[in-house]
Design a protein around this ligand. Sequence first.
Ligand code: DP6
Length: 335
Amino acid sequence: VLASITCSAPVNIAVIKYWGKRDEKLILPLNSSLSGTLHQDDLKTTTTIVASEDYTEDAIWLNGKKEDINATRYQNVLKAIRSRATKLQDKKHCVHIVSINNFPTAAGLASSASGYCCLVYTLAQIYGVDGDISGIARIGSGSACRSMYGGFVKWEMGEKEDGSDSIAVQVQPESHWPEMNIIVLVVNDKKKETSSTDGMQKSAATSPMMKERCAVTVPTRMRDIEEAIKNKDFQTFGDITMKDSDDFHEVCATTTPAIYYLNDTSRYIMNLIHRYNKLSGSVKCAYTFDAGPNACIYLPEENVVEVLSLFIKHFPDQDLSTYYRGPKENVEKIQ
Ligand code: DP6
């Protein structure tokens, strides 16, 4: 064995959604996006990579199941890492990769984000890659680049054709707004019907809402939400978060053929939150939904007990697993 390293990486939940690519191969987005990174203890991927001269081929196992290492995205990531290697280049070897999520895969819970972030981070440790590696995580899965940092992170869409300026940048560190929490209500952990990759391709090609969203709506929201985060202004933050989630699902609904990720429970939760905020006279919590029916709820610490009580009251029988995030952390090397 030449090297053996284990790392873990957290999930991130976008408040300004990435949806649509301008380059499918390099995974360059049509718009910038912004997310909060979850606590490592809650939703994360753990990856162990062993490099050995005894292995005859590269191989990868995901949650105990062998995957096809020749899949384009794995190959693109491996190539990008090895081209920047400062270690092992002179030794004939292959890598075995074992990756485990502590949550349901492909249920719209951003498993590809923590997964590819962790894969790239661990590979970078094995091969001694310096400098920005969020751009390499990006070519694995777009949203993965944002999991490279803790706190609030934006993925700058960039302009260059080679994608070198399409990278993740930390907007605020985890220490800036430690009172911020995220609760994930698992409405359904079955695999989603339309993958994000397919869905966004169809939306970019057919939804009449895309143009305005990319040209005007998202750039404005990016500016405003960055400012809200800086000022720890939850009212503005929550407003923008819910609006962008609504718009994203509207884009999906206006795609041909239409894509629906939300179900009745999701819509019940949205309604409940709007009514609860209205009754409270302020934004106490904000929902956001990715490419699936599960609700991610951003809220300040002081509202956690009240909001959780509300959900327990309204879903007494439903198995709504909750994950709870304190201050956020970064990717880390375990061993
Ligand atoms: C709805 O990053 O999974 O979660 O780049 O094709 O791998 P690929 O897509 P992916 O898309 C995530 C879409 C989203 C919004 C977001 O996380 O910004």
